[in-house]
Design a protein around this ligand. Structure first.
Ligand code: ADE
Length: 420
């Protein structure tokens, strides 16, 4: 272990605790472990400088260690001001990875930390939410020539990148890791589902059974959250803007209604839409005592400014819970300042799903380097072979066997002549 000199973390004495927790997460990350073992031997990232803007968690630490094992030099900052695990940040510095991340950092520090990563002149980016890539394109265009490509972790980041591609603004290729089936079907659904409830319960310790639990958005995260909340006995209500998703939610057995209709009966509202002001003017009708939180990437899904306008007072009543007392006496409780509840008040998605997400990240970074000179300035999906291989490795690690097609079945699937 070679500790680096340049870094900005809360407290280096936390490193021992961070090391233990990183090792604990590794127990549930067998696929990433196989990638790491191969990377150690083959050094596929030798000479690459990876600039990473990710949630600094135990799972991310295992990814960063894997990238370094593959020969890359790695510098990392947080992708959200509230998601950093300070012990992990300290442990990574001891592992020789410069980290710039402190839980609770203000916006100015957040961007200073992004700039510190960019000061390391990366040749590849690894982003979660597109803040690093956006900063690079807007403030440091001269550095773009050094960059061969990047990867993006999350739905919100992919939406921003596709907008950049559409505008002709994207200046290097990016692999959208979120689009891999082994990412969004597991991380977004089971990861967000479980970790959001974890954050909600750690922050409030409320009983979920019998509560009217509103899930705003029925994408992969919303599906996971709705099913987990139902599993805890809540009466789940879904709000949507997409008619197909809304119909799916109805047939999955949930009540579907508008936010206007849901607000007066909601005991808990959690937004997972990736859009802004999803809880907005409806706040006028909100039920007294309602808990409101967000597990979407940015803290703009709940209109906190409007909540302020409606309120006579605002005070912290316990960690991650702020009470807004309206002029008419009703009280509303905002969780984790409207930031990612699952990462701010809990530890983010469990390692077992991040195992697949981060195997995708590591293999996508390798793919970008292998494809040097052949990719266009576009958003790419993870190659299907990588996605399927990750699923096969995960099944193997879980001790699950599956059937294989016989020759006759293979031929049948590729023929069109035989019918009834
Ligand atoms: N995003 C959601 N959960 C995460 C975790 N545990 N680590 C890194 N990124 C995450």
């Amino acid at each position: 272990m070679t500790q680096v000199n340049n870094y900005d973390v809360k407290d280096m004495t936390l490193a021992g605790k961070g090391r233990d927790r990183i090792a604990w997460a590794a127990l549930e990350m067998p696929v990433l472990k196989q990638v790491r073992d191969r990377f150690e031997k083959e050094q596929p990232l030798a000479g690459q400088r990876l600039g990473c803007c990710l949630h600094i968690t135990t799972e991310t630490a295992n990814l960063l260690i894997t990238l370094k094992a593959g020969g890359a030099s790695v510098v990392a900052c947080a992708s959200n001001p509230l998601s950093t695990q300070d012990d992990v940040a300290a442990a990574l510095v001891e592992y020789g990875i410069p980290v710039y991340a402190i839980k609770g950092e203000d916006n100015e520090t957040y961007y200073r930390h992004l700039d510190a990563v960019l000061d390391s002149h990366p040749t590849q980016t690894m982003d979660d939410g597109c803040d690093l890539v956006s900063r690079l394109h807007q403030d440091r265009p001269s550095q773009i020539a050094d960059i061969i490509g990047g990867t993006e972790e999350t739905t919100t980041g992919v939406i921003r990148l596709k907008a950049m591609e559409k505008d002709g603004a994207l200046r290097f290729p990016i692999v959208a890791v979120n689009e891999a089936d082994t990412k969004h079907m597991f991380d977004n659904r089971y990861g967000t589902g479980q970790s959001t409830l974890d954050g909600l319960l750690r922050a409030t310790n409320v009983l979920l059974a019998g509560k009217n639990f509103v899930v705003a958005g029925y994408g992969w995260c919303g599906r996971g959250l709705a099913s987990r909340a139902r599993g805890m006995g809540a009466q789940v209500i879904v709000t949507e803007i997409d008619p197909i998703r809304a119909l799916e939610a109805v047939m999955d057995g949930f009540r579907v209604m508008t936010m206007e209709q849901a607000a007066p009966i909601a005991d808990i509202i959690i937004t997972v839409t990736g859009n802004l002001n999803v809880v907005d003017r409806q706040l006028r009708k909100i039920k007294d005592g309602c808990l409101i939180g967000n597990s979407g990437h940015f803290n703009d899904e709940i209109n906190i400014g409007f909540l302020d306008e409606l309120s006579e007072t605002r005070r912290v009543v316990r960690e991650f819970v702020e009470e807004f007392k309206f002029f008419d006496g009703r009280k509303v409780y905002l969780l984790a300042d409207g930031r990612l509840l699952n990462l701010a008040a809990a530890e983010g998605h469990p390692a077992s799903v991040m195992d697949m997400s981060f195997a995708n990240q590591a293999l996508a970074a390798e793919w970008v380097f292998k494809k040097l000179g052949t990719l266009e300035n576009k958003v790419y999906v993870v190659p299907r072979e990588i996605d399927e291989n990750i699923a096969a490795l995960k099944l193997k690690a879980m001790g699950v066997d599956i059937d294989v097609l016989t020759d006759a079945q293979q031929a049948y699937l590729s023929s069109w002549q035989s019918g009834t």
